[in-house]
Design a protein around this ligand. Structure first.
Ligand SMILES: CC(C)(COP(=O)(O)OP(=O)(O)OC[C@H]1O[C@@H](n2cnc3c(N)ncnc32)[C@H](O)[C@@H]1OP(=O)(O)O)[C@@H](O)C(=O)NCCC(=O)NCCS
Length: 138
């Protein structure tokens, strides 16, 4: 079952993200979750199997592009269709908001996932990512 994130999922989500390797030292996962609960919280979904959080996807629409972050599936359930279901859930929610295009970033240390995204219909585009921290976590 895929449903919206609930606050009581927090510890399980952080554990899943840690196991899946999607956390980064400069991102406090609890702070990221807390922020999402105040900004388009309905675009943060979890997959639940046997009362256990086994997948996540966090999406957002900025009025121009939709973004997907924190796609993760528990190691023992990968390859069973959950990743596709989570991506499609995010895409459907973004499309319902009128979002014309969804984008995502793949970290350089995770190139293996690129072919999976291509399989799901994503194509590469040339761009240089720039960022500026407005709030230091931790
Ligand atoms: C990426 C991840 C979420 C995928 O989840 P998953 O549940 O294994 O994905 P699915 O089983 O739904 O597979 C999705 C599709 O991709 C295909 N696929 C899987 N690996 C593939 C690969 N290396 N190349 C091409 N297609 C691939 C599957 O066959 C499936 O196709 P289908 O739906 O047409 O049958 C999971 O591997 C994960 O949590 N990885 C660690 C965290 C991570 O890297 N997240 C992404 C950060 S950018």
């Amino acid at each position: 079952m895929i449903r919206p994130f609930e606050e009581t999922d927090t510890d399980a989500v952080v554990a899943l993200w840690t196991e899946a390797g999607v956390t980064r030292p400069w991102n406090d996962p609890v702070a990221d979750i807390r922020r999402k609960t105040t900004t388009q919280p309905e675009l943060f979904s979890v997959a639940v199997h046997d009362d256990r959080v086994v997948g996540t996807v966090m999406a957002g629409y900025d009025g121009h592009r939709g973004w997907i972050h924190y796609l993760a599936v528990a190691a023992d359930l990968r390859g069973t269709g959950l990743g596709r279901a989570l991506v499609e859930r995010a895409e459907a929610a973004l499309a319902a908001l009128g979002c014309p295009k969804v984008q995502l970033q793949v970290r350089p240390d995770n190139p293996g996932v690129i072919s999976l995204y291509e399989h799901l219909g994503y194509t590469r585009y040339e761009a240089v990512d720039l960022g500026k921290r407005l709030v230091e976590d931790g």
